[in-house]
Design a binder for this molecule. Sequence first.
Ligand code: CA
Ligand code: CA
Length: 357
Amino acid sequence: MAASCLSGSSTLLLLVLLLSLLGPGRVLAGCGCGDTSRGGHAHGGGSENSHRGASFKYSREANEPEPTKKETQGREQMVLIPSGVFTMGTDEPGIPQDGESPARKVHLDSFYMDMYEVSNSEFEKFVKATGHVTEAETFGDSFVFEGLITEEVKSTIHQAVAAAPWWLPVKGADWRHPEGPDSNILNRMDHPILHVSWNDASAFCIWAGKRLPTEAEWEYACRGGLENRIFPWGNKLEPKGQHYANVWQGDFPTQNTGEDGYVQTSPVTAFPANGYGLYNMVGNAWEWTSDWWDTHHTADEVHNPKGPSTGNDRVKKGGSYMCHESYCYRYRCAARSQNTPDSSASNLGFRCVAPAP
Ligand SMILES: [Ca+2]
Ligand SMILES: [Ca+2]
């Protein structure tokens, strides 16, 4: 629940209100970035074309795809992440209540990981092959950042999440209609899939012969071979004044300058890859992992941890284009947040992993 964002009495009132609005089985969960929803998180907004700012030039250069040097036959667009030991979590948590600490040694076997967040185009192949209907489509709504919704759609909505009033439950919002019924993805087929629940993401990975990464695998991969760095590329958010991830510049939630080139999602191939050849591990879309959520960890050294055996929420990692340091400083490898497995929103996607040979 969004406990970190709410006081006790307002929390209770909000919960009652939401339960009545969402119906059984759809519970407001974590707050990770001003979040929402059946489980929610935050997003960033602006119009699709408003990314043509001064920094657009830089982004065009940064977005040039690098050679896919580590691609392996049969595992196209995946890279082999070598086995190793790394420091998971941090003893200097940016958001202590999220359970980012303590730092602990984790050993992992090697695995393949998708270079990119799963795109609309990839997800469409899955839907065409299987007839899969996402949970957002079944429920009939999903959470969308207010800044992205047209006035016409907004006029039909009469409630919001008190802890995060910029999140609105929009009828007809789903992966094909990210901002509601009057939006589409025709010009965004190479952007990350959004409005997919944990259950939808798992179904996709299984169909592809893959699975969701554990939180440990995701974080190890995020770090790109660097030890104890904040971001996948180092400790400075914008080395030499350049943008390495799609996050929020300006004042959240009212002004997104799009200085990094994007006020919404970017193509999954945008921005430089990390040391393992992985793109957009932080920023752009949040990414589901297979772990259940828990904020209590021991400092014990472990091998291939899979998280708690049960829980209410699933862990998501990496932050999104809606994250700003002032509000949701979660575009860090050690950062984490959560949603219920049936939640979906306009800033939450995923990528898959597969066993190494
Ligand atoms: Ca951005
Ligand atoms: Ca991401």
